[in-house]
Design a protein around this ligand. Structure first.
Ligand SMILES: [Zn+2]
Length: 202
């Protein structure tokens, strides 16, 4: 067995710790680091003070297409894409940075002591990136607001109108929650945040 670099391992432990703090499930950590299951489980218990949850990850591509989750997923993915393309944060690190920004944006207007869970969990955000990587979903651009929105792969793109510009009638109750986060607005914020991470080149 090849000896693993200590520095590399330290880096992975830091990354895993950050992902656990954001709510990552063990399966996500296993996929994104080369740390053993036992070490990850131990790290999880140290960080969260409880055992990692067992069972399957929530998996449904259709979940990303329902009204409120679609808006939140689209916000997150737009930011992720920007981070991955324009900052030194790539892949798992881009995921972590984009998710932090998503949390900030999606909690705007919510009371600071609110214990409400974010609509898009870290594990689902990770799953969404995998769906994009395996071409199960695409980003369709709204003809009205120009924002990019998560859609099924191969869905027709001309005349596409997003879930914010044309909300379903039942959306009234949750509309205020979504209003805090329009992908176009959030992307603007993301660009500013990204320039703080490092000078954006190009
Ligand atoms: Zn729109």
């Amino acid at each position: 067995m090849a000896a693993k670099s200590v520095a590399r391992e330290a880096e992975e432990i830091l990354l895993a710790t950050e992902m656990i703090q954001l709510g990552a499930r063990l399966q996500v950590l296993q996929a994104e680091t080369s740390l053993s299951y036992d070490r990850l489980a131990r790290l999880y218990r140290e960080v969260r003070g409880c055992s990692p949850p067992k069972g399957m990850l929530p998996f449904s591509v259709d979940w990303f297409m329902t009204w409120l989750p679609n808006i939140h997923s689209s916000v997150f993915y737009s930011v992720y894409q920007y981070m991955d393309a324009h900052t030194p944060a790539k892949k798992a690190k881009a995921l972590v940075e984009a998710y932090k920004l998503y949390l900030e944006q999606s909690s705007t207007g919510r009371s600071p002591d609110s214990t409400e869970e974010p609509v898009l969990s870290f594990t689902r955000a990770w799953m969404l990136v995998r769906c994009f990587d395996s071409n199960m979903v695409q980003l369709s651009h709204c003809t009205r607001c120009k924002g990019g929105f998560v859609a099924h792969a191969h869905d027709p793109q001309n005349d596409f109108v997003c879930a914010i510009c044309r909300p379903p009638p039942r959306a009234g109750k949750t509309r205020s929650k979504a209003a805090a986060a329009h992908p176009v607005e959030v992307l603007r914020t993301a660009r500013k945040a990204a320039s703080k991470i490092s000078p954006v080149s190009g």
